[in-house]
Design a protein. Structure first.
Length: 193
């Protein structure tokens, strides 16, 4: 990967999801609540009619809430608030990685989707093993690549050849995070391929 800070920033923006939408929603809810409470307080100071409830009515309602609510309702509301808090923390602190990887390039910021890498690896593995198009599937995970091979019935399969081609293909990509490769040969063979 390039040492240029601008290129690193571009790659990070493409490989990680934005936190803008959850931040905007949370800030909007907090802003609307603060504006409503401020308006209610100003109306209370001016001795005018409240929009929903004056600060004194709201405080009295909050004080009487435990006595007027069924205990199951309080538990449910508490559990709902806890889940909302956990969701907010998860959105804020989660890793937020997209299924994309940056490839080494001295001239440009190169970002490739994991599905593209999986398709290329499937094609390379298929050609190395002399297999048909539907006999190889590849899954690219966070730090690993799993190639599932369905051999042709009655024909021996050289997994070492496929593994060598697979590792060569991964090395040629020079992805930003090393990917460990694994080949899984399925027990069911393909007939007449």
């Amino acid at each position: 990967m390039s040492k240029d800070p601008l290129v690193r920033r571009l790659i990070r923006r493409e490989t990680h999801s934005s936190r803008a939408l959850p931040s905007i929603v949370a800030a909007s809810i907090l802003l609307a609540t603060a504006l409503w409470l401020t308006l209610e307080y100003v109306l209370w100071l001016l001795k005018d009619q409240p929009l929903l409830a004056s600060p004194a009515q709201t405080l009295r309602w909050l004080q009487d809430l435990p006595g007027n609510t069924v205990p199951g309702g309080m538990i449910g509301a508490g559990a709902g608030m806890a889940l909302l808090g956990i969701l907010t923390l998860g959105l804020g602190l989660g890793k937020g990685r997209r299924h994309r990887r940056s490839l080494h390039s001295d001239r440009a910021a190169v970002v490739v989707d994991d599905d593209v890498i999986a398709a290329a690896i499937s094609n390379t593995s298929r050609l190395a093993g002399g297999l048909a198009a539907g006999q190889v599937t590849t899954t690219v995970g966070g730090r690993s690549v799993l190639v599932r091979v369905r051999p042709t019935s009655g024909v021996s399969l050289e997994t070492a050849t496929i593994k060598t081609a697979l590792d060569g293909e991964l090395a040629a990509y020079a992805v930003d995070r090393r990917l460990a490769s694994r080949i899984q040969v399925l027990k069911e063979g393909a007939v007449g391929q």
